[in-house]
Design a protein around this ligand. Structure first.
Ligand code: FAD
Length: 467
């Protein structure tokens, strides 16, 4: 049977479910924020599924997988499509399986929540806060629009990581319920080491249908902007604050000038040229500790605090200036901007940053997020880059790596290139078991399609739909 015949047969077999085959909306549901990268935009802009199915239960989801398996149709799972590397884009077409109806918070207990994958991060928080004054430990800064399933399958950390580390760290995910892509899909429950099989696996080897996540006490966080006259001083303060374990914080982000001056419209009027800016979230009861800490740095000035300000225009949530919102705000002002994702590991993270600034200053602007890693404070660098050519962007990546700063390349759509340039054997082994036909989100796991790939060039998935 040809693919088109198989598609028609599959659509007929699923006709009793919620199907969208309107080309315009199907295309919209086939895209994410891949356009952050001019490299991905050039390669993925034409990608669209053949149709979208939005199951209303795990049973319906299993039905979709059973029919797709029988008709050899690729299935790409979609939360809210806010991923940045084309993770939710169906490179080979086929079905986009939308989880928007699987959005219930099913149980809340002290310190943990059980939730379906399509629930928005914002709604998980609102439900847990109303139920028992609890909240998620961490969330992506797309909190208002992204789903918790997409965060676990496609994200890495975010607001809260300055205290709790990354999603991959033990304890930051409690349990995942996963459905396989087989003739008779199985439902499996993962905890402990098994979680790595499917967390941050882009839905390439199983579909998450339930999550159990840790919670922390909810606070009305005091959100602040703090200025410093120099960037090195701001980075030093951020690193020192990250080590103040008694001060409860949820965000420590640093912006080199002129990021805030040029791209943060509501903050810019309150800044002097050249000033570096910190964005912070501190628990209300920790404010005395924080202000005592800040007083030790004469150059640090609190210019805004969410609980008491006289700014004519409220800037909105400070976390929506950090993480990957920084790039979004910059892109709205200057479409030639793109970004990198750099790991500045302790203990010489500050020295590495200064070395990169000396070498690439002006072309690469520093935006740092404090994260915990193995108990130490380190920086995730979401640097802004003035894009010129792909060749120059690749050269900038090579310069970072030659200076000991690992780059999780956001200009690639595969797990390996966007990760540590290596195969995750646990994820590959589970794909062999759970998705033997390779129908889940094809093209995103190089090790499945091209085991001997050498990472010297940009990977090009051979099964990608042609424009
Ligand atoms: P989608 O984009 O829909 O999907 C992401 C990946 O997960 C895809 O591969 C998809 O196939 C897969 N997937 C989705 N649901 C399931 C499921 N149920 N089972 C299996 N696979 C599934 N990311 C961060 O980690 N931290 C940040 O702070 C952050 N900030 C961002 C800021 C902006 C402005 C933007 C545009 C992006 C940001 N991101 C960040 C990336 C992205 O927003 C987050 O990772 C987000 O949580 C993804 O959720 P989503 O519902 O949009 O997932």
């Amino acid at each position: 049977m040809t693919l088109s015949a198989n598609l028609a047969a599959a659509k007929a077999a699923l006709a009793h479910l919620e199907i969208d085959d309107n080309p315009v909306s199907v295309r919209a549901k086939s895209r994410d924020f891949f356009w952050y990268s001019p490299v991905l935009k050039a390669r993925l802009d034409h990608i669209s599924a053949d149709f979208v199915v939005a199951p209303k239960s795990e049973a319906e989801l299993i039905e979709v997988l059973r029919v797709a398996y029988a008709h050899n149709i690729p299935v790409t799972t979609r939360g809210a499509g806010t991923g940045n590397y084309g993770q939710a884009m169906p490179l080979a077409g086929g079905i986009v399986l939308h989880t928007r109806h699987l959005s219930a918070v099913t149980a809340i207990h002290p310190g943990r929540v059980i939730v379906q994958p399509g629930c928005l991060l914002r709604d998980v928080d609102a439900t847990c806060k109303a139920h028992s004054a609890q909240e998620l430990r961490m969330f992506s800064s797309t909190w208002a629009t992204a789903t918790i399933g997409g965060f676990i399958a496609g994200g890495s950390g975010g607001v809260g990581s300055c205290t709790w580390g990354a999603l991959r760290d033990l304890g930051n995910i409690i349990r995942l319920r996963v459905v396989t892509m087989e003739a008779e899909p199985r439902v499996l429950e993962f905890t402990g080491e098994e979680l790595h099989r499917v967390s941050h696996a882009y839905g390439t080897n199983g579909i998450i249908t339930e999550l159990e996540m840790p919670l922390a006490p909810a606070y009305d966080w005091v959100e602040m902007f703090v200025t410093c006259e120099t960037f090195p001083e701001a980075a030093r303060i951020a690193a020192d604050l990250g080590r103040e374990d008694g001060i409860l914080k949820k965000l420590i982000t640093v912006f080199e000038a002129p990021i805030a001056q040029d791209y943060f419209q509501r903050v810019a009027p309150h800044l002097a040229p050249g000033q570096a800016v910190l964005g912070l979230m501190i628990a209300p009861h920790a404010m005395d500790g924080f202000l005592t800490f800040a007083a030790r740095y004469p150059g640090a000035k609190v210019i805004y605090r969410s609980d008491a300000h006289d700014w004519p225009r409220d800037p909105g949530p400070v976390f929506e200036y950090g993480w990957n919102h920084t790039t979004l705000r910059a892109l709205k002002v200057d479409p030639t901007i793109t970004y990198l994702q750099v790991r500045y590991a302790a203990p010489d993270h500050l020295e590495k940053i200064e070395a990169i600034r000396a070498k690439l200053g002006g072309e690469v602007l520093q935006h740092l997020e404090v994260m915990k890693e193995n108990g130490a404070t380190m920086f995730a660098g979401l640097s802004l880059v003035k894009f010129t050519t792909e060749a120059r962007l690749d050269e900038i990546v090579r310069i970072h790596e030659a200076m000991g700063c690992m780059v999780f390349n956001p200009h690639r759509y595969t797990l390996e290139e966007g990760g540590r340039q290596s195969v995750d054997d646990r994820q590959l082994a589970f794909k062999r078991e759970a998705d033997p036909k390779g129908l889940l989100n094809p093209g995103k796991m190089i090790a499945w399609d091209e085991p001997g790939f050498d990472y010297k060039n940009v990977y090009a998935y051979k099964g990608m739909k042609r424009p």
